[in-house]
Design a protein around this ligand. Structure first.
Ligand code: GLA
Length: 638
């Protein structure tokens, strides 16, 4: 570990059956020994509460704590995460274990942070058992108070679903056809909250028994089942697990997007890359290896996007179990033979020089709206098209932000947006009144907004907002959407821009009746020939641009470039294609991260001389050369 520069380890994540081999009999000696050893070696510990995988004795004694799927199948122990989040048995046992751990290790000098559970919801995001049904009803009673209000919110007159008693309400179990969409949406909210309660129960114990020790739980990038906005508010440090597929040509962009999300979830606070792999995973059909330098590059990318720490799953490759073919920092074979180990060691050495990075912040002038509730609602079945996916829509915007080296935060639609000049709203299907008013006020006050099709369609109950689509944004956008024309798989339509340029689009099209908006591009040659496809509307002091289809990436880039110009948003630097540039700054330092995502060397212009923290070399005004997948962290002004 010293050789690899390791100074923090996550420990005991799946150790419950070792820590408590039978009910209320605890064995801590082995953990004491490891904690002491790490302390003696100068390594601190992110100590897990070990509650993500209950021991077999617990589910054997209490099979009712096992989770049930929507079709009634009860899952067994033998893997991990086999618990119903609402189960009092599970919660009681988990709390007891955490109390013991907190009592024993609160004052241990190696303890740096608590790691609650692990990847909440990863395998079992929701449980449909009778215990969950009861908890769901309780949650609904709190939300609605009166059964009649629930009936109204769920539109239960449709298909004779009206409830006459709370006890009749079930989770959306397997039904002959689509369950009620409002019920499904509430169940997603409830399921995220049920797991959050588990986290909170543990966190409460830790806060009481070891005050001041930071608490985290590891997120999973854009993980649909959990509303991480709510979760992150309850973490001292946001941490994330990033496992991009090295064979995905856009993996770098996707990992950057996850990093920007983590920074945004923590409202700008530094976060930790809790897990990444040194090389291959074991859980894809084909587990492609990382190319030389890729792990190092993506580690720096996490720093560039606001992380203050880089960790791995896992230290040593295991000999047995379901993850024995997953790579690790220390491989099965002899480390000195392994290029992966050498890259790990090199990274560790370099990260030791990155102290000036810690605590510095990334500042963004672009916000991309991202809301879990809208995501859930957008992807419920029974839509004009089930092909609209929230993350695809985010990516269609983020791709350009990434390539153009603009800096974007993610934000919730009702958030204070006043610090941003440009707000991007990719298909924000569900909006509350508050969120709608917020977006309108943002533009009115001088902001530039770009909004995609199928935004502002429903309210938080999943009821259509009547009065002409998109009802809350018609005057903002200066148009009305008269009808939708979803495109079939593989179907393309043509776009013609006002300057005569042509482009293609797919997925979606719609008939727009402008009422003040000017047309930037129109559909050409399809049913909608000559009708607006992209519009722009001056509203108050600002401008709202609307995109009624999914333009191909180059055309999207063109639209967003124009919007960025309009908003006065500039790239961090003008870098060659394939190079990311992000700046982190603090009271004492300004650090320019330059990352070459390509496998050929590239020269990047430097305006401010400084020192490259990666190797201590001086950086002069002019050009800096980055090798294939090379990086530089230029401390500017030195
Ligand atoms: C997740 C888990 C780890 C491990 C890795 C494998 O991130 O937290 O325990 O299973 O996946 O990639």
């Amino acid at each position: 570990m010293r050789e690899a520069g390791v100074n923090l380890v996550s420990l005991g994540i799946f150790a419950w059956s070792r820590l408590e081999p039978e009910a209320a009999r605890y064995e801590f000696d082995w953990l004491d020994r490891i904690m002491d050893m790490l302390h003696a070696g100068g390594v601190r510990v992110d100590l897990a509460t070990a509650t993500a995988s209950p021991p077999p004795w617990l589910s054997h004694k209490h099979p009712e704590m096992l989770p049930v799927l929507a079709d009634g199948v009860r899952l067994s122990h033998g893997a991990r995460q086999h618990y119903c989040p609402s189960s009092p048995v599970y919660r009681f046992a988990a709390q007891h274990l955490v109390q013991q751990l907190a009592k024993r290790y609160a004052k241990h000098p190696a303890l740096a942070m608590w790691h609650v559970g692990n990847e909440f919801g990863c395998h079992v995001p929701a449980c449909y058992c009778d215990v969950s049904a009861l908890a769901f009803r309780r949650w609904l009673e709190q939300r609605y108070g009166e059964l009649e209000d629930l009936n109204r919110a769920w539109g239960t007159d449709f298909w004779s679903q009206r409830y006459s008693d709370w006890d009749e309400i079930l989770p959306p179990r397997r039904t002959p056809t689509w369950p009620n969409p409002s019920q499904q949406l509430d169940f997603m909210r409830f399921s995220s909250d049920a797991l959050l309660e588990c986290y909170e129960l543990e966190r409460g114990i830790l806060m009481e028994r070891s005050p001041g020790v930071p608490i985290t739980t590891n997120f999973m990038r854009f993980f649909k089942p959990l509303d991480y906005w709510k979760w992150a508010e309850r973490e001292d440090v946001v941490s994330d697990d990033v496992y991009q597929d090295p064979s995905d040509p856009e993996a770098g962009m996707r990992a950057a997007m996850a990093g920007d999300l983590m920074r945004s979830l923590g409202r700008g606070r530094p976060w930790i890359l809790m897990e990444q792999t040194s090389n291959r995973v074991n859980w894809r059909d084909v587990n492609v290896a990382k190319a030389p330098g890729q792990m190092r590059l993506w580690s720096y990318q996490a720093l560039a996007r606001g992380a203050d720490g880089v960790m791995f799953f896992q230290w040593r490759q295991s000999r047995a179990g379901a993850e024995k073919f997953h790579s690790a920092m220390v491989p099965h074979g002899r480390p000195e033979q392994s290029p992966t180990w050498h890259e790990v060691v090199k990274l560790g050495r370099e990260l030791g020089r990155m102290d000036p990075v810690c605590g510095t912040r990334v500042s963004a002038d672009v916000a991309i709206l991202h809301d879990w509730e809208s995501w859930w609602a957008l992807e419920l079945p029974s839509k004009p098209s089930t092909r609209i996916h929230h993350v695809d829509q985010l990516e269609s915007y983020y791709r350009h932000v990434f390539e153009a080296n603009l800096v974007a935060d993610f934000a919730r639609p009702p958030d204070d947006l006043s610090s941003y000049s440009l707000v991007l709203a990719p298909s924000v299907y569900l909006v509350s009144d508050e969120a709608a008013a917020n977006l309108v006020a943002f533009v009115e006050a001088g902001g530039t907004l770009v909004m995609s099709f199928f935004s502002g369609i429903v309210d938080p109950f999943e009821h259509i907002r009547l009065g002409g689509y998109p009802e809350p944004f018609r005057s903002l956008l200066g148009l009305e959407v008269v009808d939708w024309f979803p495109l079939s798989d593989g179907e393309h339509v043509k776009l013609k821009f006002a300057d005569g340029a042509h482009a293609e689009a797919d997925l979606w099209s719609e008939l727009i009746a402008p009422s003040g908006a000017e047309v930037l591009a129109q559909f050409s040659g399809s049913t909608l020939d000559g009708h607006p496809a992209v519009t722009s509307h001056k509203f108050g002091q600002g401008r709202a641009i609307y995109i009624a289809t999914r333009p191909e990436p180059a055309a999207m880039g063109r639209i967003l470039r124009a919007a960025a110009n309009q908003a006065g948003v500039k790239p961090v630097i003008e870098a060659p294609a394939g190079v990311s540039a992000v700046r982190r700054s603090g009271p004492r330092s300004s650090l320019l991260f330059l990352l070459n995502h390509r496998d050929v060397p590239v020269d990047v212009p430097i305006a401010d001389p400084g020192v490259n923290l990666v190797d201590g070399s001086e950086v002069h005004r002019g050009l800096i050369r980055l090798g294939p997948r090379g990086v530089a962290v230029v401390q500017e002004g030195w």
